[in-house]
Design a protein around this ligand. Structure first.
Ligand SMILES: Nc1nc2c(ncn2[C@@H]2O[C@H](COP(=O)(O)OP(=O)(O)O)[C@@H](O)[C@H]2O)c(=O)[nH]1
Ligand SMILES: [Mg+2]
Length: 212
């Protein structure tokens, strides 16, 4: 997709602050410092739309970005960073849970995992939650430039063994741009399937409200 516009819309802590309207949303989630902001910037071909940080754990809001006026990217706060104050850690789960549980515009989630390590318990918890709720997701194995081809193959095999062959995953590097094209393909599938589901819903409502 040629990115013609990418604008920060707003940051929200509470559902009442989510943007209105009915555009499909793609959420990005992952441990602090995993490369989430870098990935969003690379996907959009922007250097600094989303601030990358040397002091992780400071993004405490759900940040919404409007892309080409047709789709929203949603930057969820990073989780699991030890030095984040306790009260922030306690607010993380309800904030993100509310969004993932209630947001009907959510079309899919990109779960970003460091490709050099096994997913952390929090990564696993998120993946199991998305599976349980049947929310479409793709696992992005970040910082793939730090792995050779053989190491990527080993990591992929371990992931498929653990999660089953149906899990959707892509290696990604914000540094080299590796994996950008296949990742966009997944995002388009999320968007397309979401639009198909909401069209069906609208047709069903129309059918129910048709005069007899
Ligand atoms: N080698 C490499 N480093 C990366 C990549 N993506 C992010 N980083 C580095 O990882 C650190 C955290 O990145 P950031 O995007 O702020 O992570 P976030 O906390 O998940 O948003 C920064 O120092 C980045 O430069 C990547 O694809 N390859
Ligand atoms: Mg970040």
């Amino acid at each position: 997709m040629k990115i013609t516009s990418a604008d920060f819309v707003r940051g929200a802590e509470d559902r009442k602050d989510y943007p209105t309207g009915n555009l499909p949303e793609i959420a990005f989630a992952g441990r602090s410092n995993v490369g989430k902001s870098s990935m969003i910037n690379t996907m959009l071909g922007r250097k600094n739309l989303v601030r990358t940080s040397k002091s992780p754990g400071l993004t405490r809001k759900i940040n919404f970005f409007l892309i080409n006026r047709v789709i929203m990217f949603v930057d969820l706060p990073g989780y699991g960073y030890a030095s984040v104050p306790m009260e922030v850690r306690r607010s993380w789960a309800p904030m993100v849970n509310t969004y993932l549980n209630e947001r009907s515009q959510l079309s899919g989630v990109v779960v970003i995992v460091d490709s050099r390590r096994e997913p952390t318990p929090l990564d696993e918890e998120l993946i199991r939650f998305l599976q349980f709720r049947s929310i479409p997701f793709v696992v992005a194995m970040s910082k793939a430039d730090k792995l050779g081809q053989a190491e990527r193959a080993t990591m992929k095999r371990a992931m498929l063994e653990k999660w089953g062959s149906t899990i959707s995953m892509e290696f990604f590097s914000a540094v080299s741009g590796f994996g950008k094209k296949p990742m966009w393909k997944r995002l388009f599938e999320f968007e397309r399937d979401w639009r198909a589901r909401s069209d069906t819903e609208i047709k069903n409502i129309e059918k129910q409200t048709e005069p007899r």
